[in-house]
Design a protein around this ligand. Structure first.
Ligand code: ADP
Ligand code: MG
Ligand code: ZN
Length: 557
């Protein structure tokens, strides 16, 4: 259960609507009841307390709407007492916090608080205790200002988290998050950072006053994931966790899985409706196989690939890094093995380039392209407009782009083989931005030479030159934040023939693009969801192959 970040709403009138939270056979039930009596002196639970506690202890995010005096504090203080680690409580007023701490200390539960108007030395003392090996506190109360303004606190929380000691995050008086609430506190809005930093730590949001729109605001601002059963899966999880997630997935207890390629070997689920690639696959083979997991039951399914040319640079960098690490790890650096790994690297980059070529192609049927890669034939008329290319293109024209290609190659040379592809394109279309101006004298002859071209035409040609190995993207550097840049170089032997005029380059372009009819799945990604942080991406929809009928909606921007 711990891997399902689901929001459970517990409302004082309706409860959560889910009977399983009332169960008395959770592993912690006995401990709850004993401590409720012994430590808190309560004879029983009040309405919904047990349900909230069971849901939060199961790892769910819980939004609790319960009237004042309903007993909200117990729903996190009792879990805090019996869970390993520390519960972080954000509460708006120091006076409320002090009152809570007093009660906790009376019950012999170690708790502390941090607020901005405390003595510096006292704050340091508390932070030191948090960092210590056997930190004593079960609860740490802070004001929202503290989260917003204290990097030291965030670092300490990260430290706790890394050590597996951040048990739970509680937002008391959660309506303060919302502008619609009567008590809006700007610093509450920044609390979304907690879910970003600690996505798997359960959050408990408590309030006595929330209209529907306040609740929605709170859920949104705190980043609680929206009631879907989602889980993640990757290679560095321990085998038990992996098996658990896989089991939940096959039993339909999880509907969305966010995974690396580690997921999927031997997974045969017939009713996978969507396969979404949020990063560039490393080869067409891999992509084909991954897409093949959709629609095994023969019903409509969609495969969507988010692509941007800059992904190529990033993945190329990853592949090169991976190859280096592997060589040094397995063999150490000796000559013969380096050649061996060099060959593997070359093959990997070639596979990647084929994948880029597939993505750059906005003319040919996706099914045809995929099958052609495996040497199979496909009559694209049988695609029935189920791929993005077939559904948008009524006809295409072939265009000789040799002159454009030659100019671009020239430009790369003139720019000294030390600028990026986007820089080349900027100069070519005649941009006058600062950076471009600086290099202008070298490239003056071709500055603006491509300004008459249709949008995207020059980049299409340039990317073609890379895919066909006339030009090479050399990954230049990556900074500490993991960003990667690259420069374009000329592959002289290949380019020689082109420049001498011994070779023509013909590309196909759509001659008319018409908006597609919406398919049966009107799949429009939610604003800011899948594309967040990735700008400039083209959405390429592609059918699962060679599986049955697949419906794909064109979503090109
Ligand atoms: P809220 O935060 O919802 O306004 P509190 O958590 O401050 O409410 O609790 C209000 C009062 O109810 C406190 O005095 C608390 O000790 C008491 N209380 C909470 N749960 C129980 C219970 N299960 N049995 C008896 N008293 C309880
Ligand atoms: Mg309260
Ligand atoms: Zn097609």
């Amino acid at each position: 259960e711990a891997f399902i970040p689901k929001i459970i709403e517990v409302n004082y009138i309706e409860g959560s609507g889910d009977k399983r939270w009332s169960n008395k056979d959770f592993p912690w039930t006995k401990q709850l009841e004993v401590n409720n009596k012994k430590v808190f002196g309560n004879h029983s639970f009040r309405p919904n307390q047990r349900e909230v506690i069971n849901a939060t202890m199961s790892g769910c995010d819980v939004f609790v709407l319960m009237p004042t005096g309903g007993g909200k504090s117990l729903t996190y203080q009792l879990p805090a007492l019996i869970c390993p680690g520390i519960t972080l409580v954000i509460s708006p007023l120091v006076s409320l916090i002090q009152d809570q701490i007093m009660h906790l200390l009376q019950a012999n539960i170690p708790a502390a608080y941090l607020s901005a108007n405390m003595e510096w030395a006292e704050q340091q003392e508390i932070l030191r205790e948090l960092n210590s090996e056997n930190c004593n506190y079960k609860l740490l109360y802070v004001t929202p200002e503290k989260i917003a303004k204290s990097d030291a606190l965030l670092r300490n929380l990260e430290n706790l988290h890394v050590r597996g000691l951040l048990a739970r995050i509680v937002i008391d008086e959660a309506h303060c998050v919302s502008q619609w609430g009567h008590d809006f506190r700007p610093d509450y809005q920044g609390l979304g950072i907690l879910k970003q930093k600690f996505p798997n730590t359960p959050v408990l949001a408590l309030t006595a006053t929330a209209t529907a729109s306040v609740k929605e605001d709170v859920v949104q601002a705190l980043g609680l994931e929206l009631g879907h059963n989602a889980a993640f899966y990757h290679g560095s999880m321990d085998p038990a966790q992996r098996a658990f997630v896989q089991k939940q997935w096959s039993k339909d207890e999880i509907n969305i899985i966010c995974a690396t390629v580690a997921f999927g070997m031997g997974i045969n689920k017939p009713d996978v409706r969507f396969i979404i690639h949020h990063s560039l696959p490393k080869s067409i083979e891999g992509y084909h196989q991954e897409c093949g997991r959709a629609g095994r039951d023969g019903l409509l399914s969609s495969c969507i690939l988010y692509y941007s040319y800059s992904d190529y640079i990033r993945v190329k960098h990853m592949i090169s890094q991976g190859a280096i690490e592997q060589t040094s790890m397995t063999y150490g650096y000796n000559r013969s093995n380096m050649t061996n790994s060099g060959r593997i690297l070359e093959t990997n980059i070639e596979n990647l380039l084929r994948m880029v070529s597939y993505c750059e192609n906005d003319v040919d049927c996706r099914r045809l392209l995929q099958l052609a890669h495996f040497g199979e034939k496909f009559d694209s008329s049988t695609c029935q407009k189920t791929c993005d290319n077939c559904s948008k293109i009524t006809s295409f024209i072939e265009k000789d782009v040799t002159e454009i290609a030659k100019q671009l190659v020239e430009l790369v040379k003139l720019a000294g083989q030390k600028v990026s592809s986007s820089h080349i394109l900027e100069v070519y279309r005649g941009s006058l931005s600062q950076m471009i101006k600086k290099h202008r004298h070298d490239t003056l002859r071709l500055h603006g030479a491509g300004k008459h071209l249709a949008k995207g035409e020059a980049s299409r040609v340039l990317h073609h030159l890379v895919v066909e190995d006339f030009l090479v993207e050399e990954v230049k550097k990556s900074d500490v934040y993991g960003s990667v840049s690259s420069i374009l170089k000329v592959n002289n032997p290949k380019v020689h023939n082109l420049l001498l005029g011994g070779q023509r380059i013909i590309l196909r372009f759509p001659s008319s693009i018409k908006a597609s009819k919406p398919g049966k799945f009107d799949f429009t990604p939610a604003k800011g969801s899948l594309t967040s942080g990735k700008q400039n991406n083209t959405l390429i929809d592609s059918p699962a192959m060679p599986q049955p009928q697949v419906d794909v909606k064109l979503s090109a921007k």
